[in-house]
Design a protein around this ligand. Structure first.
Ligand SMILES: Cc1cc2nc3c(=O)[nH]c(=O)nc-3n(C[C@H](O)[C@H](O)[C@H](O)COP(=O)(O)OP(=O)(O)OC[C@H]3O[C@@H](n4cnc5c(N)ncnc54)[C@H](O)[C@@H]3O)c2cc1C
Length: 407
């Protein structure tokens, strides 16, 4: 069987290796001058390659794509990914967040392992080779590149999404897929920093609240949350970043406009509203404790002072009016984070939306519309949270597609 794989990212390299090790003759085409560019820059160049959980734990994090991903994740779960890299000499470690990284903290090791596995299995890698289109031709597929046209039995498209376009991911395959009759779910940035904030928050730039809960709610209708994440929130000069802001961003870009949702932060999730109220009414020292001193016990000083300043003056607890107490509780437990947009595809770690899942077989990743066409990785309508989930999905779907395409 002759197989062409388009895009040498996480899914494509895994697919090419899997197909070649199942005796297919494989050509892997990549428009960049090197393979795995996104792997190299991932996780702050440390590459968070998977998450410390099982296949179900990964699938559960993928929302609507959960059932679609189950078979491929079951066939190549996180432990298998860890074993795969360990057998190539890439020792891994689990951090307290559950993220799995190479012990060396060097993403290049992950890229090199995949690259060498593929080459050793016999994959012919052509870099600097951008594909311009694909089309069926009888029983064959024609893959048009900037240099030539390649005829092949099967084609696996793993060109990724359209976020961080500087990495080569410019969304080229959406047009090819549309032309071939595949529906594309609206593409939008996800895992992306958020633009917004109040003017007074600008002074907090660079400050992280290590434990917070950020919730996205619809402005009208039922108040059921659209996203709810606990973790670190970072104030920046443009708005908000850090894992929680990035993780809820997909729920914001899923709305028809940013005005349709509002975003709130619980800055002291370790305390219930009742406990905060009790602490603000504390009279142990005759109520002499100042608001800023109390808040500094819970929050970084800069944030404690900024919230106190919002009250007008740094009152003693005994002097706090009911109205001021309510404002403090509001700011601590339900601080409004005004959002006016995101940093867009330029700074999004993933692309939400993509090739519609019901048109692809979740076991083989073959198109249900065209025989011999396989689609894997982020090009599909799958996007997971921060934490290694996205590479895990790319590895599992790529591997399943590679094995299926080789037979
Ligand atoms: C800054 C950043 C950090 C990230 N960190 C992590 C992390 O630590 N952990 C995690 O799980 N996820 C992380 N992600 C997300 C993760 O990188 C992606 O989900 C994953 O790379 C998707 O794999 P893929 O193989 O589907 O696509 P990609 O890895 O994007 O690969 C697609 C490849 O196709 C090539 N290509 C595109 N069009 C063509 C064409 N026309 N012809 C030839 N080649 C083409 C591209 O150049 C690219 O090399 C990060 C993303 C970014 C942007």
């Amino acid at each position: 069987m002759h197989v062409v794989v388009i895009g040498a990212g996480a899914a494509g390299m895994m697919a090419a290796y899997a197909a070649a090790s199942h005796r297919a003759s494989v050509v892997l085409l990549e428009k960049n001058n090197k393979t795995g560019v996104k792997i190299l820059m991932s996780g702050g160049t440390r590459c968070n390659l998977t998450h410390h959980t099982d296949a179900r734990g990964i699938a559960d994090a993928f929302g609507h794509a959960k059932r679609f991903l189950q078979p491929s994740l079951g066939g190549f779960p996180p432990q298998a990914v860890v074993d795969f890299f360990e057998s190539a000499g890439v020792a891994t470690k689990i951090e307290s967040t559950g993220k799995v990284f190479p012990v060396s903290n060097r993403a290049v090791q992950v890229r090199d392992a995949l690259h060498h596995y593929a080459v050793d299995a016999g994959v012919e890698i052509r870099t600097g080779c951008g594909v311009t289109g694909i089309r069926p031709d009888g029983q064959k597929w024609l893959v048009e590149t900037e240099q030539s046209v390649i005829a092949t039995d099967r084609v696996i498209v793993t060109t990724g999404g359209k976020s961080w376009p500087g990495c080569g991911t410019t969304g080229d395959a959406y047009a090819w897929m549309t032309e071939l009759g595949h529906a594309i779910e609206r593409t939008r940035p996800a895992l992306v920093p958020l633009l917004g904030g109040e003017p007074w928050m600008k002074d907090l730039s660079g400050l992280a609240v290590d434990d917070s809960i950020v919730t996205v709610l619809p402005v009208s209708g039922k108040q059921k949350s659209l996203a709810h994440r606990r973790g670190s929130l970072l104030f920046t000069h443009f708005g908000f970043s850090g894992p929680v802001a990035m993780d809820v961003s997909g729920a914001i870009t899923a709305a028809t406009s940013v005005d349709q949702v509002h975003t709130i932060a619980d800055l002291v999730p370790q305390y219930s509203e009742e406990e905060v109220k009790t602490a603000l009414s504390n009279r142990q020292d005759g109520g002499k404790l100042k608001v800023s001193s109390l808040l500094s016990m819970w929050l970084p000083n800069r944030l404690a002072n900024a919230i106190t300043t919002q009250l007008g003056h740094d009152a003693r607890l005994a002097e706090l009016s009911k109205n001021s107490k309510n404002r403090l509780i509001q700011n601590l437990k339900r601080m409004q984070l005004p959002i006016r947009g995101t940093r867009g595809f330029e700074k999004a770690e993933v692309t939400a939306g993509g090739v519609r899942l019901d048109q692809v077989d979740p076991r083989t990743f073959e198109s249900r519309i065209h025989k011999g066409l396989f689609i894997a990785g982020e090009l599909l309508d799958v996007d997971g949270p921060i934490g290694g989930y996205n590479f895990q999905a790319a590895f599992s779907t790529g591997r399943a597609a590679g094995i299926a395409a080789s037979s």
